[in-house]
Design a protein. Sequence first.
Length: 248
Amino acid sequence: MAWTERQRLMLQEMGIRLWAAPEVPEAAAAQEVVEVAATAPPPAVAAVPPDDRAAAIATLPWPALREAVAACTACGLCQSRRQTVFGVGNPSAHWMIVGEAPGEQEDLKGEPFVGAAGHLLDNMLRALNLTREEASPERQVYIANTLKCRPPRNRNPEPEEMAACEPFLMRQIELIRPRLILAMGRFAVHSLLRSSEPIGKLRGRVHRYQGVPLVVTYHPAYLLRNLAEKSRAWEDLCLAAQIADGAG
């Protein structure tokens, strides 16, 4: 892929390696590797003005976006993570599910919604004939988290951490162009809707995120601790299915 000079500089600031063919055919080197020296720590993304960083991320295709997430040092979570949790599913999915932040199991596996909460989510999806496994865009969802790194001891995300990760999630939504977004959990809902209202007041109706219908529901981890709310979560999923079918 041919990168513009501005994109190349932004990606280099993010610590992403780029391979570029030499401009002069007679050059002795066949390729030039643009990378940060292995002995030096990666530069902090915060050194790039936030608006410029977001603008650069907004132009990235899938492979470069994944690399940018893996190399991100925009906040302190990069120091404690085992690995980033980019997202899984069909890049043309009709349904996009947005969760909160990775937990310990997600940090170990590098995949969102694993463990008991992930098992419950899979059952919820299966009840609607949906899956995270390989399938058509109508059946295979795409799952991503608001944060791509686990907060230490599973503490709540800090506002600056949410802000640093937001451009990545926005770009994922732009690339997928889902028919429906299902926001699961308080931090996912607050991030996408810019609302501090509790989920109980936001659920049961259709919202919009950049023109995409958005349905609010409880996080599976919350449902495991509050079994009485499962019936309301099922109502939310039925509403989401109705909206997704209508969007088709």
